[in-house]
Design a protein around this ligand. Structure first.
Ligand SMILES: [Zn+2]
Length: 491
C-alpha cells in the first residue's frame, strides 16, 4: 500500500504498522449497541471513530467487511452475570415484547447514526439471530475442557484456561489479583470461581427470552455473541476488533479466552479501543444516569445544554480529539467546535470565490502529504483538522488580497478538502447549512409574529391581519393560544 497506516494495538500496547491478513481485503468487527434506550454521546464516539477507520481503509483501496453487532439478548444489568437482562427488563416495564423494544431503539439508533453521517456497516448481525452459532461455540469450549455445567448453566473455567494459555493479556490484569478482589455476588454459588463467566445461563421461570439447548432452556452469556458472529462472518482469524475502552474488561478479555479455548489460537490481530466521553471527569453512560441523548443534543432539550448542536457539530467535536484521549463534555467545547466547523466550511465555500493568479504565495504543496501522515499515524484526526485550519487561513488571506494562488494549487486545495474533510472525516456542509437555515428561518417567522402581536397591542388590526393572511397564503398555519401565537407549515 502506498500509504502505510499504523494503529495502536491494545494487545501489544504499541503502534504497529497495519498489515492485513489478505492483501486486498480487511475484516473488522466492532461491538455495537445494546438496544434498550436512545443512543447518547457515548454511543456516537465508537460509531464515529470506526466510521473514520472504515472510510479510510476503503479510501486506501481495501475491500472492507465491517461487522457491527446488535446486542439484543444476554446483556445483563451487571457485567458479572447478575441481574436482569437489560432488554427483558425494559420490555417488562413497558409491557412490550422484547423484540418491540429492540426494533424501536434500533430504528432510532439508525436514524441518529444517519444524521451523524456514519456509514452503515457491511453486516449488522443480531445476537438473538445467532443462538445456534453461540450454542456450537459453547459445545466446543466444553469439549475442549474449558467450561463446566452447574445447575443448567455453563461457565468458563478461567483458572484452567489461565494455566494453559494465560488470561488477562488484553487488560493487563493478573488472575491472582482478580481472584483476591472479585467477590462472589449473591446467587453466584454456581461458579467455581468468582471470575468465571457465563457462556450459557439457565433461564429463571419469569425470564422471557429463552431458547432450548443441550443444558437447559436459557440464553447465551453476553460475551459469546461477538466471538460466534465474528467467526461466522470474518473467519477464525481477522484483522481488527474495535470497541470502547470500557469493553476491554471483561467483554473483550472474555472474547479472547472463548476464541482461544475453542480454536487453540487467537482470532484478532489488532485490538482498537476508543476512549470515553466524560462529564466532569466521570464516564458518560446510561448505567451512570449522566448521559445526554443524541436527539437531546440535536434539539437542545436538556438541562445541561445551553443550545441545540447540529449533528455535524457533534461529529466534528468528537473528531477534534484523538480517539484514544478522553473527551470532556462542556457547552464551551461544543460551541468552539461549532465555530471551528463553520470556519472550515466557509473556507471551502470561499474556494469558489478565488481568482487564480500566475503565482502562488500561500503554502499548498505538502498539505495533502501532511494530512495523510496524520491519519496514517493511528488516525490522528485532530492533527489532520489543524492542517485544514492552516489551509483555511491561507484561503482567507488570498480572498482578502494578501496573497495569490495558481489555478493548479486552487484545484489541489479543493481536492484535499474534498478528500479529507468530506470523504475521510465524513463531514457534510449541507447538513450544517440546512440546520442553520432552518434555525434562521424559524427565527424570522417568530419575529413576524412578534410584530403582529405589537400591531394587535396598538390596535392596528389592518397590520395584524395582513401579517396573518400573508403567512397563511405562504402556507403557514397560525394558531393563537394563551401563550401567544404558534405556527407550523400547513403542508
Ligand atoms: Zn462485543
Amino acid at each position: 500500500m502506498e500509504h502505510p497506516l499504523s494503529i495502536y494495538n491494545t494487545l501489544s500496547r504499541k503502534k504497529e504498522q497495519f498489515i492485513p491478513l489478505h492483501e486486498t481485503s480487511v475484516g473488522m468487527y466492532v461491538c455495537g449497541p445494546t438496544v434498550y434506550g436512545d443512543a447518547h454521546l457515548g454511543h456516537a464516539r465508537p460509531a464515529i471513530t470506526f466510521d473514520l477507520l472504515f472510510r479510510y481503509l476503503k479510501h486506501l483501496g481495501y475491500k472492507v467487511r465491517y461487522v457491527r453487532n446488535i446486542t439484543d439478548v444476554g446483556h445483563l444489568e451487571n457485567d458479572a452475570d447478575a441481574g436482569e437482562d437489560k432488554i427483558g427488563k425494559k420490555a417488562r416495564l413497558e409491557e412490550l415484547e422484547p423484540m418491540e423494544i429492540v426494533q424501536f431503539y434500533l430504528n432510532r439508533y439508525h436514524e441518529a447514526m444517519g444524521t451523524l453521517n456514519v456509514l452503515p456497516p457491511s453486516i449488522e448481525p443480531h445476537a438473538s439471530g445467532h443462538i445456534i452459532e453461540q450454542i456450537e461455540l459453547v459445545k466446543t469450549i466444553m469439549a475442549n475442557g474449558f467450561a463446566y455445567e452447574s445447575e443448567g448453566s455453563i461457565y468458563f473455567d478461567v483458572a484452567k484456561f489461565d494455566k494453559q494459555y494465560g488470561y488477562g493479556k488484553l487488560s493487563g490484569r493478573n488472575i491472582e489479583d482478580m481472584l483476591n478482589t472479585t467477590r462472589a455476588l449473591d446467587g453466584q454459588t454456581e461458579k467455581r470461581n468468582s471470575i468465571d463467566f457465563a457462556l450459557w445461563k439457565c433461564a429463571s421461570p419469569e425470564h422471557i427470552m429463552r431458547w432450548p439447548s443441550p443444558w437447559s432452556d436459557g440464553f447465551p452469556g453476553w460475551h459469546c455473541e461477538c466471538t460466534a458472529m465474528g467467526r461466522k462472518y470474518l473467519g477464525d482469524e481477522f484483522d481488527i476488533h474495535g470497541g470502547g475502552m470500557d469493553l476491554v474488561f471483561p467483554h473483550h478479555e472474555c472474547e479472547i479466552a472463548q476464541a482461544v479455548a475453542s480454536q487453540g489460537k487467537e482470532n484478532v490481530r489488532y485490538w482498537m479501543h476508543n476512549n470515553m466521553i466524560t462529564v466532569n471527569g466521570q464516564k458518560m453512560g446510561k448505567s451512570l444516569g449522566n448521559f445526554i441523548t443524541l436527539d437531546q443534543f440535536f434539539s437542545g432539550d436538556h438541562a445541561s445544554l445551553a443550545q441545540a448542536y447540529s449533528p455535524m457539530t457533534i461529529r466534528f467535536f468528537i473528531l477534534q480529539a484523538h480517539y484514544r484521549s478522553t473527551v470532556d463534555f462542556s457547552n464551551e467545547a461544543l460551541q468552539a467546535s461549532e465555530k471551528g466547523l463553520k470556519r472550515l466550511m466557509e473556507a471551502v465555500a470561499n474556494l469558489d470565490k478565488l481568482t487564480p493568479s500566475e503565482q502562488t504565495t500561500v503554502e499548498v504543496q505538502g498539505l495533502r502529504a501532511k494530512c495523510y501522515e496524520a491519519i496514517n499515524d493511528d488516525l490522528n484526526s485532530p492533527i489532520t483538522i489543524s492542517y485544514l485550519f492552516d489551509a483555511a487561513r491561507a484561503i482567507n488571506s488570498v480572498l482578502a488580497g494578501h496573497g495569490t494562488i495558481s489555478a493548479a494549487d486552487l484545484e489541489e486545495l479543493k481536492a484535499v478538502f474534498n478528500l479529507f474533510l468530506f470523504d475521510i472525516l465524513g463531514l457534510t456542509p449541507e447538513m450544517q447549512e440546512a440546520a442553520t437555515n432552518t434555525e434562521a428561518y424559524g427565527k424570522a417567522i417568530d419575529m413576524l409574529l412578534e410584530l403582529r402581536q405589537q400591531a394587535k397591542t396598538n390596535k392596528d388590526w389592518a397590520m395584524s391581519d395582513k401579517i396573518r393572511n400573508e403567512l397563511t397564503a405562504l402556507g403557514f398555519e397560525i394558531k393563537d393560544t394563551k401563550e401567544g401565537a404558534e405556527w407550523k407549515l400547513a403542508k
